[in-house]
Write a protein that binds this ligand. Structure first.
Ligand SMILES: Nc1ncnc2c1ncn2[C@@H]1O[C@H](COP(=O)(O)OP(=O)(O)OP(=O)(O)O)[C@@H](O)[C@H]1O
Ligand SMILES: [Mg+2]
Length: 236
């Protein structure tokens, strides 16, 4: 029997109903750009990070994964933010077993993967009392990613921010494509430059930037009534 299309809803902050359409459209544009990027690079594994905390990495990772899965592609989202895992909270799922258990060989992929719907699977990031950052820098993690890339059309990895911790730099070296989220009216130019420089030292270039919180409405639209509202994403 063929799989049913997924009606998975996007994860959104508490927003006015009237502009959700614009946000959904922004995510669809982001999806198109990411799919084109991945096709051009013959890539399967995409990591998403940002210069600093709270710029929208996890929301973006999840919504990009959901929108791609809506095209009936097999998508896995992996929470690799060992310092502040949130993907399970956003999806309201358990986090008893996750990617770190798999790397430590305490669980198989089959045991750890949460099947969210017909097209979207999730590997959460369980917190365990070991040096979890070091676990991401192992050949076992490479092997796990290789195995997963044979099973999925797209793998989206949520990471910690680049400037405060080194994990995203470790992960960036293991993936096929790397995209930065910056938050409108929040991420500074200096913070962005610092992150890009840290990546550049390792020979990693940024494949794209997603601006989170950019006003998705055409100029003049909704004029004063919603003029302070900002949400949604644009991909450049
Ligand atoms: N465009 C947006 N409009 C309004 N709220 C947003 C937007 N994007 C994210 N948020 C909210 O900002 C908070 C941080 O978002 P998120 O968890 O995606 O960021 P993060 O970069 O993953 O953070 P961390 O660095 O802590 O992992 C969340 O409460 C989220 O709902
Ligand atoms: Mg996060």
């Amino acid at each position: 029997m063929a799989n049913k299309p997924t009606n998975e809803k996007l994860v959104m902050a508490n927003i006015r109903q009237r502009i959700t359409f614009a946000i959904v459209e922004s995510y669809k544009n982001t999806r198109t750009n990411i799919i084109n990027l991945m096709a051009k690079k013959n890539a399967k594994i995409l990591a998403i990070s940002s210069p600093n905390a709270s710029e929208g990495k996890s929301t973006t990772s999840l919504n990009v994964a959901i929108t791609i899965s809506q095209l009936e592609k097999r998508v896995l989202v992996i929470d690799c933010d060992v310092h502040k895992p949130t993907i399970h909270k956003k999806l309201k799922i358990e986090n008893n077993v996750g990617i770190l258990d798999v790397i430590l060989e305490k669980a198989t992929l089959e045991e750890a993967i949460h099947k969210h719907n017909d097209y979207l699977d999730v590997l959460t990031c369980n917190t365990i009392p070991v040096k979890s950052t070091e676990l991401l820098n192992t050949t076992k993690f490479d092997e796990v990613l290789k195995q997963l890339s044979e099973e999925y059309d797209y793998i989206i990895i949520d990471t910690p921010p680049i400037n405060p911790v080194s994990d995203a730099l470790v992960i960036a070296q293991k993936v096929d494509a790397f995209v930065l989220v910056i938050r409108a009216a929040s991420t500074t130019h200096d913070a962005y430059k610092k992150a890009v420089k840290a990546l550049g030292v390792l020979g990693i270039s940024v494949d794209g930037v997603i601006i989170n919180g950019a006003d998705p409405r055409p100029k003049g639209y909704y004029k004063s009534k919603y003029s302070y509202y900002k949400s949604g994403k644009t991909y450049y």
